[in-house]
Structures are given as C-alpha cells and as structure tokens.
Write a protein that binds this ligand. Structure first.
Ligand code: FAD
Ligand code: SF4
Ligand code: SF4
Ligand code: SF4
Length: 357
C-alpha cells in the first residue's frame, strides 16, 4: 500500500464495515488507502443473476430498464419507454441475498457521511454527518456551490429512525431463528479487541468458510480477496473461494471480514441501542447541476473531493459497459466517470478494494 494515496469510498453499510476493519487491523491486513467513507442507507440487496431472471419471467428485458427505485415498500422498475413495473418488496425474496436477512446496519453507522433517500422530499438526498471530517466536507462543498442543503423535517427524521429500528428488530428475529439451527452470527457479538486477537490469531480462510461463507452470512464485499497477501482468494458471482494453501501465520481475511467479530472499539454500542448510530447532524441535500438517484449528493461530494484535490481517487460502483445494470466497481480520478456511475445498482458487487493502491 502507498501511504501517500488517499481514496474516498462509497459503499453499502457492510462494505463500509469491511473498509473500517481493514484499516483498524492494518498490521494484520496490510491496510488500505481509504481515507473518507461515504456510506449508503441499505435495507437489502439483490443477486444480479436472479434479478435478471425475475425480470425475464415478468417479460421485462433488463436492457430496456431505465432505473430502479425502492420506495413505499415497493420495488419499482422504470422502463426506457417510461412505463413503470412495480412489485411489493415482499415479492423480491426470490432474488434478495439471504445474508441481508441478518444485517443490522441500515444507515452505514461507521462512515464519515451516510446518504440515502428516506426522510427527504423527492429529488433530495438525506445526509447524516457523523464525523468532523464529514462535517467539513459538507460545509465546504456547499460553500463552493456543489449543492444546496436544508434542515430535515422532524417527520423525515422520525421515519428514518422507525425504518432503521424495524430492520434491526426483524433481522434480530431472523438471527435468533438461524442461531437455533445453525452457528452463531459472529458480528453481533461485539467483543473486545483482546478477545478478537485471541480468536482471530488462530483462524484462517477455512474458518472464514465455516463461520461466514457456508453459513450464508457472506456479503460478497471482496475484503478477503483484497487482503490476501498471496492472492489465493477469488470471488465469483456467488462466493469467495480459496485456490491454494494459506500462508503460515496469516489471518488477514479473518480480521478483515465484516461478518466475523466486531470489536467494541469499532462499534461502541449495540445496533438496537442506536438505530441511526452516532451523528452530528442530519440534513437534506440537492444538486441543481447533475442527475443522481436522489439529490446526487454522493456524486457531488465525490466531484468536490476530486476537483479540490482532497483525495487522489474514489471508489465507485458503475455499470458494466456491455451488460445492462450489472454493477462493476472501479477506482477512478476521472470526474466524468464519477458522473456516469450515479444511480443505484440494486445488486451486489465486490467493492473495488482489489484496485486500491
Ligand atoms: C443496495 C442498495 C440499497 C439501498 N437501500 C436504500 C434504502 O433502503 N433506503 C434509502 O433511503 N436508500 C437506500 N439506498 C441508497 C439510495 O438508493 C441512493 O444511493 C442514495 O440515496 C444516494 O443517492 P444520490 O442521488 O445522492 O447518489 P448518486 O449521486 O446517484 O450516486 C450513487 C452512488 O452509489 C454508488 N452505488 C451504486 N450502486 C451501488 C452498489 N450496488 N453498491 C455500492 N455502491 C453503489 C455509485 O458508486 C454512486 O457513486 C440503497 C443503495 C443501495 C446501493
Ligand atoms: S448485508 Fe445486505 S442489507 Fe446489509 S448492508 Fe450489505 S447489502 Fe445492505
Ligand atoms: S493466506 Fe489464507 S489466511 Fe491469509 S488472507 Fe489468504 S486466504 Fe486468508
Ligand atoms: S467472506 Fe470475504 S467477501 Fe464474504 S463477507 Fe467476508 S470478507 Fe467479505
């Protein structure tokens, strides 16, 4: 890793957790260039293969899709001819990733800035400012004219709290059910760093496989592939696999994985106690210049960071050049590429950790 390179990363809560663990246990994992974490709100995510299959069964060609939205408990598919296909969220189970059933983080609690649509009017993004670094970015970018901001309404704030709490309640029930018939869901244990050291220093990829991957808890974040010092982990569409023998005394993938243990120093409370995590302020943000999924807050912030040379590159999730809506993660310093990556791709992709310097 080049210590002088600074990266801003955008990701779902589980990906943000992986980035946090990679840096926190940098002596074990090798660390990363991620300096600013921009987390998205996330209720669930889908498998690209099964999403496409579902659409085909409904006579929709994914090439004809203009965009996807989740709102009012519905999954909405906007077609290029302006037709809208809508299904209740409860009918998305056939293509939802099962690991999302045990996820307790709705608002990317350990990022610098978290961004979603819930809580703000149409065309605006909801922005949770969590750290001093995040606060400075939002204030300066607004002063430089990258976007406008306004107070979030009390109603908006309450709805985010309600939905985050609902996700936690429902998924805690799912965790209870799973743990009765299967192994513990480790990341909910919230143990000390000493205990983590004690356990993780005995674990390698085979333990990751039995504790996380074969338990249906893998979020496909790509952290294990990125930190492996000898490059024997590969992730296909479904799961990480190991091709070769582990290096003696290496435990990097076990430390980095967001679904092994979570230290009290990473998350100092349990998710149920603080459904939105710790934060400084919640506001609504809108760009008048560029188009995004909601208020284009994410894209505007990334443009500001690149144009003011506050980071060297940004990690984004764009669309495959040839396969419609297939998410591809990229590391870039090209503002035009960042603009092109705006919009939510509702399917899982290993984040571009692999491309990090
Ligand atoms: C899987 C998923 C589920 C979500 N669920 C909710 C929800 O339940 N409630 C809610 O309020 N908001 C949810 N969001 C966030 C919401 O869809 C918008 O991304 C957010 O409001 C930011 O909008 P924007 O206009 O500011 O972003 P834009 O300016 O459009 O930028 C979007 C950024 O998101 C990144 N991105 C796109 N797809 C992915 C992906 N699959 N994984 C990682 N990064 C990606 C791109 O790199 C891009 O930079 C979800 C996002 C994702 C990816
Ligand atoms: S595990 Fe699923 S619900 Fe949780 S943050 Fe990741 S993609 Fe979203
Ligand atoms: S060598 Fe083995 S234990 Fe180390 S990161 Fe690679 S797969 Fe994991
Ligand atoms: S097993 Fe690998 S890809 Fe899956 S959640 Fe853990 S680190 Fe991420």
């Amino acid at each position: 890793m080049n210590d002088n390179i600074k990266t801003a990363m955008v990701g779902t809560p589980c990906q943000i957790l992986a980035a946090t663990k990679i840096n926190k246990y940098s002596e074990k994992t090798g660390g990363s260039s991620i300096d600013i974490k921009i987390g998205l709100f996330c209720m669930e995510n889908f498998s690209y293969t099964y999403l496409k299959k579902f659409l085909t069964e409904k006579d929709i060609n994914i090439n004809d899709v203009e965009g996807f939205r989740i709102e009012e408990n519905k999954f909405k598919v906007l077609l290029k001819n302006n037709d809208m296909f809508t299904v209740p969220l409860s009918e998305t189970d056939s293509f939802k990733r099962k690991n999302c059933d045990i996820c307790l983080d709705y608002t990317s609690d350990i990022s610098d800035i978290s961004i979603g649509s819930l809580g703000s009017p149409k065309g605006w993004s909801t922005v949770i400012i969590r750290t001093e670094k995040g606060k400075e970015i939002i204030e300066n970018a607004e002063n430089e004219g990258y976007f406008e901001t306004k107070e979030i309404s009390d109603k908006g704030k309450k709805i985010i709290e309600k939905i985050a709490s609902k996700k936690i309640e429902k998924n805690l029930e799912n965790i209870n059910v799973r743990e009765k018939v299967s192994r513990p869901v480790l990341y909910t244990r919230n143990i000390s760093d000493e205990e983590i050291e004690d356990i993780s220093s005995k674990c390698q990829f085979d333990n990751l496989e039995s504790d996380v991957i074969s338990e249906g808890a893998c979020v496909l974040c790509g952290a294990c592939e990125y930190v492996c010092p000898i490059g024997i982990v590969e992730i296909d569409d479904r799961k990480p696999q190991k091709f070769g023998e582990c290096k003696e005394d290496c435990h990097a993938c076990y430390y980095a994985c967001p679904r092994t243990f979570l230290s009290k120093n990473v998350l100092g409370y349990n998710f149920k106690a603080k459904p939105l995590g710790e934060y400084i302020d919640i506001i609504s943000v809108r760009s008048n210049k560029i188009k995004g999924q909601d208020g284009a807050a994410v894209t505007s912030i990334l443009m500001y960071l690149l144009e003011k040379n506050l980071v060297d590159n940004v990690s984004i999730v764009g669309e495959d050049e040839e396969i419609s809506w297939k998410p591809v993660s990229r590391l870039t310093n090209d503002v035009e590429e960042v603009k092109k990556a705006a919009g939510t791709k509702y399917s899982t992709v290993p984040i571009g950790f692999k491309a990090l310097e």
